[in-house]
Design a protein around this ligand. Structure first.
Ligand SMILES: [Zn+2]
Ligand SMILES: [Zn+2]
Length: 262
């Protein structure tokens, strides 16, 4: 049974549903002892005509932080609640993001790279669109490594998000490099329940064989966009089994170094 989840969204991102409190109550009912909120972080693009529509707006962040901190106090005897963000790493705008989140005193951040390059001046480079080949994969790996080097991330969410259709050997080579890099920095990799549930291109079995080989720390993350997902014990067990059969035991919350912008 799951003991913690550090990947929980809120309705502020406009593609999750439910009140913050409903996530907390579902987590308690599910028997979790730690619930981390990591909603999609606002981004700060230097253009006027593009705005991310699947994240909270910057003006919502303060209210988000206050809501989670209030729940943290209210439910202190029932569950440990953490405040965080899930964010992309976009080199040109990351400093702005850091400046923005610092006053919020987050407990942690996780990295979820849904695009390569950025979103505003290079077209749409979504990781899950079809037809990704070698050049894209190596850009993804380079960008993720650069992001992890900032020291701002507790773990890498859905590391295997790229819908890759190129040479299989190249995939193994690139992902082995990514896993080695994460291991050297003690950054766990997330087995993503939402991807599993929705039969997305991740979790990718080839990727998790590499994780087993390299011996990375692994975390199971619900990536909850509904409170109900936290109550789905059966799906958690399936994911856990998938890891265990490869010889991977998910780490406990105490084995995770909570990094962020503090
Ligand atoms: Zn989302
Ligand atoms: Zn997420």
């Amino acid at each position: 049974m799951a003991d913690y989840n550090l990947h929980t969204h809120t309705a502020r991102c406009r593609h999750a549903v439910g009140e913050d409190r409903e996530y907390v109550e579902a987590a308690i009912k599910a028997g979790l002892t730690t619930l981390g909120f990591a909603d999609h972080c606002p981004q700060f693009f230097p253009v006027d005509d593009y705005y991310s529509h699947f994240r909270m707006f910057p003006e919502q962040a303060q209210e988000y932080a206050e809501s989670i901190r209030a729940l943290q106090k209210e439910y202190a005897s029932d569950i440990r609640i953490l405040l965080g963000f899930e964010t992309e790493y976009y080199p040109k705008t990351f400093d702005k993001l850091i400046e923005f989140v610092r006053p919020l005193h987050l407990d942690y951040m996780i990295m979820g790279q849904h695009f390569v390059g950025n979103e505003y001046d290079e077209g749409s480079y979504s990781t899950i669109e079809k037809g990704k080949r070698e050049a894209y994969l190596s850009r993804y790996v380079a960008q993720v490594k650069e992001g992890l080097s900032t020291g701002a991330f507790t773990y890498l969410a859905h590391p295997d998000t790229v819908r890759y259709e190129g040479d299989p050997d190249f995939y193994i080579e690139q992902m082995t490099e990514l896993c080695r890099f994460a291991k050297a920095r003690d950054i766990p990799l997330e087995y993503n329940i939402l991807g599993y549930c929705n039969k997305r291109c991740y979790p990718n079995p080839t990727f998790w064989d590499i994780v087993a080989e390299i011996g990375n720390k692994a975390v199971i993350g619900y990536d909850a966009h509904t409170p109900e997902l936290l109550l789905n014990h059966a799906i958690y067990r399936e994911c856990e089994q998938d890891l265990l059969k490869r010889g991977i035991t998910p780490v406990t919350i105490d084995e995770i170094n909570l990094r962020g912008i503090k």
